[in-house]
Design a protein around this ligand. Structure first.
Ligand SMILES: Cc1ncc(COP(=O)(O)O)c(C=O)c1O
Length: 349
């Protein structure tokens, strides 16, 4: 029994299961909130130019990216910590703040990885259920037990809903510990919580280049927090957590804000079309501020629909949250992909 060699909490946990990533192509892939468009052309150029630097180790702090992002976000570079995807940032923050036996709070239903991170630490996790209208109960801000970190995905997944920044500021005021606002999808939203980071040292914001910048395969994300927090986090990260090619590519991507504005506009237009199409088919579809929509159906089980779509090589995400219910989370693809999805749904329903 090899399990005797492992920490008991590792043996006990099931581990995080990422969405399906079929490698054989041929799918309309609407299951993991990727961008349907190729990244800014500046990305390819930056990667080519960076190849000459591969014999040397990368810059441990990704200074080039910090400088450019600082300009775009109007913060100082030492407020930014870069990571190998925002998942790396979430891992660093959890490792830095939550010890075994202490408590991490997360909303439910939300990003499933938060719970996995708590399990890896041997920490307790406390799930606070969203209310049926996807607002948070007061309990989310309560100062209980040995609470060390609170996660809030904003926009949330799977709902695509947003807790308004004023409400987040209130929550952070009441909490006894840091609040990590996970803004992986924020470029598709109308508001963000970046301003709160300056107002309250307990607020940290994480961002991803995977979704809005079309770089899920690259792995790049970052944290914005006050410099004394960033200094502690740097001790926890792997020395070279971002590689030379990803630093170059991410810097070029964030420098191309015109590309971001154009792509965002296309995705928001298609999102409107997807929401209208789903509602016309009888789904209950939540108004989304992300690049995906959450749909349930009042009369039909949705799992068979997911399965039938998959048979027809259209992948959406079927999610079943015990105690809450199930539904389909559908990524906003291109107009053509969404029209195909809606056509097929019309035929099979
Ligand atoms: C809410 C949320 N946060 C963070 C991530 C991680 O993104 P990445 O590690 O690709 O930056 C995801 C990815 O699906 C997500 O849904």
């Amino acid at each position: 029994m090899v399990s005797q060699y492992f920490r008991p909490e590792i043996v006990r946990m099931t581990g995080y299961t990422p969405g399906e990533q079929p490698q054989d192509g041929g799918y309309i892939k609407l299951n993991t909130n990727e961008n349907p468009y190729p990244p800014s052309p500046a990305v390819a150029e930056a990667i080519s130019a960076a190849i000459a630097r591969l014999p040397k180790y990368p810059d441990p702090l990704a200074t080039q990216f910090r400088l450019k992002a600082a300009e775009v976000l109007s913060v100082e570079p030492n407020w930014i910590l870069c990571g190998n995807g925002s998942d790396d940032i979430l891992t660093i923050v959890t490792r830095a703040l939550v010890a075994a036996g202490q408590t991490l709070r997360l909303p439910y239903p939300s990003y499933i990885l938060y719970r996995t991170l708590a399990e890896l630490q041997g920490a307790h996790w406390e799930e606070v259920f969203f209310q049926p209208d996807w607002t948070l109960p007061e309990q989310f801000a309560s100062a209980t037990g040995d609470l060390k970190l609170v996660f809030l995905a904003n926009p949330n997944s799977p709902s695509g809903t947003v807790v308004p920044p004023a409400k987040v500021a209130e929550l952070a005021q009441q909490l006894p510990c840091p609040l990590l606002v996970d803004e992986a999808y924020v470029d598709f939203a109308e508001t963000n919580c970046l301003g709160l980071v300056t107002e309250n040292e307990k607020v940290m914001v994480s961002r991803s280049l995977s979704k809005s910048y079309a770089l899920a395969g690259l792995r790049f994300g970052y944290l914005v927090a006050q410099p004394p927090l960033i200094e502690q986090m740097i001790k926890v990260k792997d020395s070279y957590n971002c590689d030379t090619l990803s630093i170059a590519a991410a810097t070029a991507a964030i420098d191309d804000q015109q590309w971001l504005r154009d792509t965002r506009a296309k995705i928001l237009a298609t999102r409107g079309r997807l929401v209208a199409g789903m509602r016309a088919l009888g789904f209950v579809t939540v108004d989304s501020q992300a690049n995906f929509v959450w749909s349930t159906h009042p009369h039909r089980p949705v799992r068979p629909l997911y399965e039938e779509l998959k048979r027809r090589r259209i992948l959406v995400r079927y999610m079943d949250y015990p105690g809450w219910g199930d539904g389909l989370r559908i990524t906003v693809g291109s107009d053509e992909q969404i029209d195909t999805l809606l056509d097929v749904l019309r035929r099979i329903m």
